[in-house]
Write a protein that binds this ligand. Sequence first.
Ligand code: IPE
Ligand code: IPE
Ligand code: MG
Length: 253
Amino acid sequence: MASQPVSGPAARQGASDAIPAHVAIIMDGNGRWAKSRGLPRAAGHERGVEALRRTVEAAREIGIRYVTVFSFSTENWRRPTSEVSALFGLLKAYIRRDLARLKREGVRVRIAGTRDNLPEDIAKLVDEAERETIDNSQFHLTVAFNYGGREEIVRAAQNLAARVAAGDLQPSEITEEKFSTALDTRDLPDPDLLIRTSGEHRISNFLLWQCAYAELVFSDVLWPDFDETALRAAVTEFAGRERRYGAVTAGAS
Ligand code: IPE
Ligand code: IPE
Ligand code: MG
């Protein structure tokens, strides 16, 4: 693969094969970051929001156009109520504080995940964030909140099944493309690069369908410490990969 610098002016010009269009991030390690400093876990989550702001800015600088972050999983309900409340509070504060700026800066905000069991105030804010930025297209920030890959796939299957039952859709019309349009990520390209921080090497139910051919990069950095340098390191690793999609290498005999 032709390599492009991932820093400097050429990088800022944007899309090339070496710059992933869509980066998905499992923002992990907030608890360990806090614990290592003798702080409550919530303090790690607070610093995690700052890392998110930094990372979105750095992504735009690099020329990435889509960032999707995992911020609360359907499995995270298993955590103590106080921690769940802190995480919900942080999403609310983030939208309230940052929405006007994101809107001004041309960012389209989407929230992936189920809204069925979300408190009403959060559901309203999430709708507002999407509505307010719907005309933006310079950069796409998707926050996966109350999100689980399996739950999303089941919900998509239920929607399609309901259309079949109503006579609007033939089972044979359910292709991969059609299925993709029933997912929360319907308007987004598949991620090119999936980064997980904190040294964990697993997907934890994130974007199971969409990451079929994503390049996986695992960073030891704890999420609250993640910054432009760490993002550029992941993009450099991505740029050195050869994506084959099941085919053979060009020029191989
Ligand atoms: C990621 O950090 C944030 C969420 C999962 C909500 P963690 O809270 O999982 O941090 P660790 O993995 O315990 O360090
Ligand atoms: C994944 O992290 C979910 C988010 C980052 C929101 P977890 O910390 O919940 O994942 P596991 O439990 O280590 O697999
Ligand atoms: Mg974790």
